[in-house]
Write a protein that binds this ligand. Structure first.
Ligand SMILES: Cc1cc2nc3c(=O)[nH]c(=O)nc-3n(C[C@H](O)[C@H](O)[C@H](O)COP(=O)(O)OP(=O)(O)OC[C@H]3O[C@@H](n4cnc5c(N)ncnc54)[C@H](O)[C@@H]3O)c2cc1C
Length: 261
């Protein structure tokens, strides 16, 4: 048994294919169009938005006589008029590590605009359980001791059952290991540390950030999405810059000017 702290890693993000964008801009007659977007994600949203009205420059569409010049203004307008579908184009790829199954079960309730890969407890044997303690437990030495003892007992059960089924005997087929590992995980705690890969578009991230850092949400998901909030606001200022942060019970709560776009 070991103690852990939930961690957030941003491991990927959408990239523009420069040659393709150049060819498209030439095709519609604005080969010199440039954006001052700080990231490819924000530039991509701008391109996808502008193509709707041909608003790359005045006159490209005879109905359009002026256009917003800067990526910041352009995206701020998209957010304020709630053209949420335009910000679905980019994707950000996260790994949430040392999070509990309490957290992952809450996370997967958010359905649109996500891709999920979760550590398989059919395949991964639980012979060393990781534990993160919520504040109410951490502040109570007796509760900490009960948690530690119970985790150790449950870990020992996993090891005993693995021995009982002789999973480490030479020649035990992988299929057999899988069946037993999957069966005995039923005796593992919901709070065990595990890993989930979560990719989402900014429309979804904005919504989950708002919902799951609210002070009424569960402490672990608040902790994790507090970290997500700090990352995305710093990295994609024009997609997340309308969020303000307040501290509530020691954790950040992210509130957008434009809710649920
Ligand atoms: C504080 C808190 C407490 C909670 N307590 C419980 C609980 O006790 N029990 C429980 O079961 N769940 C609970 N939940 C989960 C909650 O009910 C939602 O399932 C979860 O937050 C997903 O959010 P969402 O409904 O906005 O859907 P998401 O999947 O995040 O979808 C985002 C938005 O897309 C739209 N959308 C998505 N799917 C559809 C659809 N099929 N049809 C129409 N529109 C759609 C909706 O506008 C939705 O808000 C809780 C959540 C929070 C934040």
């Amino acid at each position: 048994m070991h103690t852990v702290e939930p961690k957030v890693f941003l491991i990927g993000e959408t990239r523009i294919v420069e040659e393709g964008l150049k060819e498209y801009l030439a095709h519609i007659g604005v080969p010199d169009w440039m954006s001052d977007a700080p990231t490819d994600a924000e530039r991509l949203v701008e391109v996808m938005g502008r193509l709707c009205y041909r608003s790359f420059k005045p006159g490209l569409n005879s109905n359009v006589t002026k256009v917003r010049e800067h990526n910041a203004d352009y995206l701020a307008n998209i957010l304020s008029v709630k053209h949420g579908s335009v910000i679905e184009h980019p994707v950000m790829n996260f790994v949430f590590a040392d999070v509990s199954r309490v957290f992952t079960h809450e996370l997967v309730r958010h359905r649109p605009g996500v891709a999920i890969s979760q550590e398989s407890l059919r395949f991964v044997r639980l012979d060393d359980l990781g534990q993160w303690l919520p504040t109410v437990i951490r502040e109570d030495p007796e509760a900490v001791e009960i948690f530690a003892r119970t985790f150790e007992d449950l870990e020992r059960l996993q090891q005993e059952l693995a021995q009982h089924f002789q999973l480490d005997a030479p020649g035990t087929p992988f299929e057999r290991k899988k069946i037993v590992t999957s069966a005995i995980r039923r005796l593992a705690p919901d709070g065990l540390a595990t890993t989930i890969g979560w990719s989402a578009n900014p429309r979804t991230i904005r919504w989950v950030l708002e919902m799951r850092t609210h002070k009424s949400a569960e402490e672990e998901i608040r902790l994790v999405f507090g970290k997500v909030g700090a990352l995305v606001v710093a990295r994609y200022p024009h997609l997340f810059g309308d969020f303000t942060v307040e501290m509530a019970d020691g954790l950040p709560s992210y509130k957008p000017k434009n809710s649920k776009i």
